[in-house]
Design a protein around this ligand. Structure first.
Ligand code: GAL
Length: 400
């Protein structure tokens, strides 16, 4: 390499004007540039998760093709925590005999390892939280090689109400301070960690979460494996698009694709809506029982391309009438993604307007039907489609 090119960064550093330090250090730009993808133990294993389950999950993420599709984070949710030693250092419980070795194993598969904690003294499942031990815990995570932290309000609710019993504003301020405290501890620990806030959307968290270093934040309550829960959460995301973007994402909660008794259409609708919402894609199913059908949904390249689109613009709802809703989002190459959802119980037989103009497209644009895997050619507003109960038509529209 010519000397001048090698020296260029040094020369630029010398001639660059000095900048004053920002008050809050932003998270490194490369982290969560697109919504994080991976798997989390809670939805399936709940408190029972073990070291062996995590290793097996990592193995299957590789063998099923999920890693190639983008699923990188293997996240252990609540119930890994043990007790603190005499110096306050937390140990994992007996289900996780050697967290460092587990992290090494997950990393050896080309994946990343995530953990869960709470700003409270106790987590939701009543294991020790990080209250009063924030830096110690952040240092421990860094020593273990942890890459993702979900930080769940839970036990901190008691602390904030007891600290300011009659002052709601003060309670909310204390909550933010607690989230900022762990953010600073993670920075101090020096290992890049994707920071995930879980406080169920309190206090319009989307308005301030990036200021406390969050890469993602839950926008509402816990999901469960029913279509009612999925629909309620998805519809509740209307109006939140402007708060998310590269490095900072609204999180409607982990995926239930493959769980419960969801039908094929319901699983596809769930996946499509989360992709439209630029949501983190954290699968929550039992990977040892992956069926070809569920693998196909989770690894669908066209759907994932929407979720992971580098423009990072979350979908807005552009039409809602009864059970039918249309959501659209612009994509980095000028295309537009459109999802027409039937939240209702009955088959919808009539074509309705696609509202192409509101979506930023227009007549004559070409449509690709993502679940149908077919080019529909040029379309206009009055595309005649049928949607079965809980089915979603997802179109990628390209200017002709
Ligand atoms: C809840 C959280 C769930 C899960 C659980 C663990 O508060 O929303 O996603 O993490 O705690 O106890």
């Amino acid at each position: 390499m010519p000397t001048l090119i090698r020296l260029l960064p040094l020369i630029l550093a010398i001639v660059a004007p000095a900048r004053s330090a920002p008050t809050i250090t932003p998270p490194p730009a490369v982290l969560a540039a697109t919504p994080p993808m991976g798997w989390n133990s809670w939805n399936w294993f709940n408190r029972k998760v073990t070291d062996a389950d995590i290793r097996q999950a990592a193995d299957i993420i590789v063998s099923s093709g999920m890693r190639e599709a983008g699923y990188l984070y293997v996240n252990i949710d609540d119930a890994w925590e043990g007790t603190r030693d005499a110096h306050g250092v937390l140990r994992a419980n007996e289900k996780f005999p050697d967290m460092k070795a587990l992290a090494d194993y997950v990393h050896s598969k080309g994946l990343k390892l995530g953990l869960y904690s709470s700003p409270g003294a106790l987590t939701c499942a009543k294991f020790p939280g990080s209250y009063g031990h924030e830096q110690q815990d952040a240092d421990l995570y860094a020593a273990w090689g942890i890459d993702f932290l979900k930080y769940d309000l839970c036990g901190f609710r008691t602390i904030m109400t007891e600290a300011a019993p009659n002052d709601k504003r003060e309670q909310l301020r204390l909550m933010r301070v607690a989230y900022e405290k762990m953010h600073q501890a993670l920075l101090q620990a020096g290992r890049p960690v994707v920071y995930s806030l879980c406080q169920y959307g309190y206090d319009a968290v989307w308005q301030w979460a990036p200021e406390v270093g969050a890469h993602l934040w839950r926008t509402g309550d816990d999901i469960n494996a029913t279509f009612a829960s999925i629909a309620l959460i998805a519809r509740g995301q209307a109006g939140l698009a402007k708060y998310s973007g590269p490095g900072h994402w609204n999180d409607p909660d982990m995926l239930e694709v493959g769980n419960g008794k969801l039908t094929l259409d319901e699983n596809r609708t769930h996946m499509a809506l989360w992709a439209m919402l630029a949501a983190p894609l954290l699968a929550g199913n039992n990977l040892t029982q992956l069926t070809p059908e569920i693998t196909a949904i989770l690894t669908d390249r066209d759907i994932i391309a929407i979720d992971q689109d580098p423009l990072g613009k979350q979908a807005d709802r552009i039409f809602a009438e009864g059970p039918i809703e249309i959501w659209s989002r612009p994509l980095a190459n000028g295309d537009v993604a459109l999802a027409v959802v039937n939240f209702g119980q009955d088959t919808f037989l009539r074509g309705i307007s696609l509202h192409l103009q509101a979506a930023g497209a227009g007549p004559g644009w070409h449509a690709y039907d993502i679940w149908g895997k077919k080019n529909l050619g040029p379309i206009d507003d009055h595309y005649a489609f049928t949607l079965k109960r809980h089915e979603t038509l997802v179109l990628r529209l390209t200017r002709s």
